[in-house]
Design a protein around this ligand. Structure first.
Ligand code: TYD
Length: 330
């Protein structure tokens, strides 16, 4: 559980915001929250989402992503069934999924569309795929008005530093190695987090029940380019004290097991049908992101708790010993 209450600090005074700490698998709690708040939509962002953690311990991913989504669907179905008139008509269940359920692309393959077949490769993506199938089944079987979105890799402020971009920023500033898996040529399609939020808002407001929408940034980049961009921005915004470049901290490490080579989203459906496009380019988004981390050292210090240190020790000290790029890729 890496949720962080500090991320919600700006909402403290907002009377429309209520925070309840609970488990997505707790049916009783879900039922009472639905009965109390009578929502007109439920958005399911809840997920264990880190591939490396799913490789070390898949069980949490099965519980939260599959069993949790099932419990939520059951309670939402019971709540929605007893709604009447307009309230029933306008209700939506929006399920936030990932592009990783579509598997890995070759260099020349076309980008993922909504009709790509499912080929999940990690325990994480397999658990998300299972939850997507449950969501789909609740629409076809019970008529629950669901919407599903598949998003590419997000980045931006408040990103937990277990994922590539925030990990590189915090490690660079701490003078630590920047661990690049394998040959660093894996490709991801990066989307600024606020653009992901605006896409979800748009799908909620205008998406057709039962439909699936892919959300991407049209920003395919190899990991090593991402790391070099982060280093160059840090060189500009907060140069190292010793006059060296941050890129000198780059360390090639052993590759992730079953590492997917490329993800890339075709986001034309959401653009043509709902008029959504990302507002940020990678250049504007990554600059804002690096600036945010530089401006928020206390946030970074707080999230690097004992549990965080335990994870990074386990992930980077034992399994991913530093290797030469050619060995790393093998
Ligand atoms: P990540 O942020 O974990 O997202 P995902 O696995 O969902 O795409 O990783 C993004 C890419 O960066 C992925 O190809 C793995 C790679 N990576 C590294 O090279 N080093 C790291 O320390 C991490 C966390 C990821």
């Amino acid at each position: 559980m890496r949720g962080n209450l500090e991320n919600l600090a700006s909402l403290h005074a907002d009377k429309h915001h209520v925070f309840v700490k609970g488990d997505i698998g707790d049916s009783g709690l879900l039922a009472s929250l639905l009965a109390t708040h009578q929502p007109r939509a439920v958005l399911n962002f809840a997920a264990e989402s880190h591939v490396d953690r799913s490789i070390h311990g898949p069980e949490d991913f099965i519980q939260t992503n599959i069993v949790g989504t099932f419990r939520l669907l059951e309670e939402v179905r019971a709540y929605w069934s007893q709604l009447e008139g307009d309230a029933k008509q306008v209700f939506r269940f929006l399920h936030v999924s990932t592009d990783e359920v579509y598997g890995s692309l070759g260099k020349e393959d076309p980008t993922f569309t909504e009709t790509n077949r499912y080929e999940p490769n990690s325990p994480y993506s397999a658990s998300k795929a299972a939850s997507d199938h449950l969501v789909r089944a609740y629409h076809h079987t019970y008529g629950l008005p669901v919407l599903t979105t598949h998003c590419s890799n997000n980045y931006g402020p408040y990103h937990f530093p277990e994922k590539l971009i925030p990990l590189m920023i915090v490690n660079a500033l701490a003078g630590k190695p920047l661990p690049v898996y394998g040959d660093g040529q894996q490709i991801r399609d990066w989307l600024y987090v606020k653009d992901h939020c605006s896409a979800i808002r748009r799908v909620l407001e205008a998406g057709k029940a039962g439909e699936v929408y892919n959300v991407g940034g049209w920003n395919e980049k190899p990991n090593i380019d991402i790391v070099n961009t982060v280093c160059a921005l840090l060189d500009e915004l907060q140069p190292r004290g010793d006059g060296q470049h941050y890129r000198e901290q780059i360390t090639y490490v052993k590759d992730r097991l079953g590492h997917d080579r490329r993800y890339a989203i075709d986001a034309s459906k959401i653009e043509h049908e709902l008029g959504w496009k990302p507002a940020e380019t990678f250049e504007t988004g990554i600059r804002k992101t690096v600036q945010w981390y530089l401006a928020n050292p206390e946030w970074v210090a707080h999230v690097q708790s004992g549990a965080y240190r335990e994870w990074t020790n386990k992930q980077y000290a034992y399994e991913h010993k530093s290797v030469k790029p050619q060995e790393a890729a093998a």
